[in-house]
Design a binder for this molecule. Structure first.
Ligand code: FAD
Length: 461
């Protein structure tokens, strides 16, 4: 008879961002072998393609941390492997045995802007946040082959979270840098402008914003500045909630003064105007919020819009094998990470609800794995689905077939663990992967600060 407790355990982590690398590291520290796959050449996820590149110190620190984790001898990182394209989750579950699978694939589906017909401008005059950030962070790289964006005057950003403030800052800085150069021959760079702010930079150059002949960008939010989700209250105490609202309002006003954008609160885009196939304006409807409830007033007004940037949030991709509750993966358990209806299938970080930040993603990756490691009993029965009528919907019926298959298999033996490990190694060799450090060095892009500030200190240091 097999002695399961003598074999090594094997886990698969999908996504090598903050949450996935932390989950993998926790497992590896407990002697579990972990395969971490990522669709991109580089790990890091939103640290590379979300967090604006002016956060140089934060980005470098978090990426170094991820590197340290993924270098762990029990972890095998497999880049350029996309679940749903190179292999489906179902194929993985059917053909390979893992003691746990951890979904850490973040939230890369932009929530569609709910304005009927506006999608026809997608990629030209309608830009979603994921594309904006990819472009902004990487456009200076010689190998850059992502979306090309030219930000025009009268760009409207829709949204209200911290990421929407990053978006409107980018709009304003790009507009101002271009206009300063064209009109006054004044050149600056994004790091200087972000640190000083547009207002101060203009003042130092004896200019006023009005001199630039720009209408500027506008941030449209459906509620008031006080209701923007910019600061989380410490508790449910009404005094704490009011304090968080004060901070949100102050933050918005500081940003507005520093970066000179227009703020349009209590408005929702409901329609648009076009001329000769070009987007010209957004039709906005005024709202009021009463006790947190959003009410559309029926009063509409027009706002010129040569470009719309939608920063209303991103959600996890919909995989046919997983149950969802609305846009979020349906999870349960103390850390909200166990995917409902499955044994040993977990979701961590942004992948669960689409929301979060670096600290939350890391903590979730760690706590979820601690929860599993504590509850884990030998022998672990692979990634199996518990039959439960409550969760039986169409997605579940498809998943049912997977679980039938998995349940009929024994847990992976040591030979099978070694076999999968070797298969991944072969796959890595086929893409020219040698060592983690060599691969990272080959794929890390040149940084804008390195180009601009060769041998000089840049303003962010
Ligand atoms: C504009 C912006 C600004 C931000 N600013 C801050 C900030 O200042 N401070 C802060 O704390 N947080 C900030 N955040 C949020 C923070 O970056 C994220 O919450 C965090 O990085 C998410 O980590 P994650 O590991 O959950 O997901 P991700 O970083 O998204 O990682 C998921 C990984 O999964 C991979 N993947 C996706 N699909 C597949 C697939 N099918 N197959 C294989 N791999 C896949 C992706 O390539 C990615 O590497 C910001 C986010 C944005 C967008």
């Amino acid at each position: 008879m097999e002695k399961h407790h003598e074999r090594e355990h094997l886990a698969l982590v999908i996504g090598a961002g903050v949450a996935g690398s932390e989950a993998a590291y926790q497992l590896a520290q407990h002697g579990i072998r972990v395969i971490v796959v990522d669709q991109n050449a580089l790990p890091y996820g939103k640290i590379e393609d979300g967090l604006p590149m002016w956060h140089i110190g934060l980005r470098n620190r978090v990426e170094d941390e991820i590197d340290k984790k993924l270098r762990h001898p029990k972890i095998k990182f497999l880049p350029l492997f996309k679940i749903g394209k190179d292999m489906s989750l179902r194929e993985i579950m059917e053909n390979y045995k893992f003691d746990a699978i951890i979904l850490a694939f973040g939230a890369w589906l932009d929530r569609p802007l709910p304005v009927p017909g506006i999608e026809k401008f997608k990629g030209t005059q309608l830009i979603y946040l994921n594309d904006l950030m990819k472009w902004f962070n990487h456009k200076h790289e010689p190998r850059y082959d992502g979306p090309q964006i030219e930000i025009p005057d009268n760009t409207v950003v829709i949204g209200g979270g911290l990421a929407s403030l990053d978006a409107i800052k980018i709009v304003m800085m790009e507009l101002v840098m271009k206009r300063l150069k064209e009109k006054y021959g004044v050149e600056t760079d994004i790091f200087t402008l972000e640190k000083k702010g547009i207002a101060k930079f203009l003042e130092e150059n004896n200019l006023r914003f009005e001199d630039l002949d720009l209408e500027g960008g506008s941030l449209v939010y459906r509620r008031s500045a006080r209701e923007m989700p910019l600061k989380v209250a410490h508790s449910d105490d009404p005094a704490d909630i009011e304090r968080a609202k004060d901070v949100a309002e102050k933050l918005l006003n500081t940003y507005k003064e520093k970066f000179k954008f227009n703020f349009i609160p209590n408005a929702v885009p409901v329609d648009f105007e076009e001329k000769n196939g070009r987007l010209k304006a957004l039709i906005l409807e005024k709202t009021v919020s009463e006790n947190g409830k959003l009410i559309y007033t029926g009063e509409r007004f027009k706002r010129p819009a040569n470009m719309v940037i939608s920063a209303i949030g991103a959600v996890p991709v919909k995989l046919p094998e997983i149950p969802y509750k609305g846009d979020a993966i349906d999870t349960e358990g103390p850390t909200g990470s166990k995917v409902k209806g499955y044994e040993n299938l977990f979701a961590v970080g942004n992948a669960v609800t689409g929301k979060g930040n670096i600290k939350m993603a890391k903590e979730h990756g760690r706590k979820a794995m601690e929860e599993w490691l504590v509850s884990k009993r030998e022998p672990v029965a692979g990634v199996t689905r518990q039959f439960d009528e409550r969760y039986l919907n169409d997605t579940d019926r498809r998943a049912e077939r997977i679980s039938d298959f998995i349940l009929s298999k024994p847990i992976p033996t040591q030979e099978e663990v070694d076999h999968v490990w070797e298969l991944v190694e072969k796959q890595r060799r086929s893409i020219g992967y040698t060592t983690y450090d060599e691969w990272i060095a080959r794929h890390k892009p040149v940084r804008l600060e390195e180009i601009l500030y060769k041998n000089k200190n840049h303003p962010k240091q």
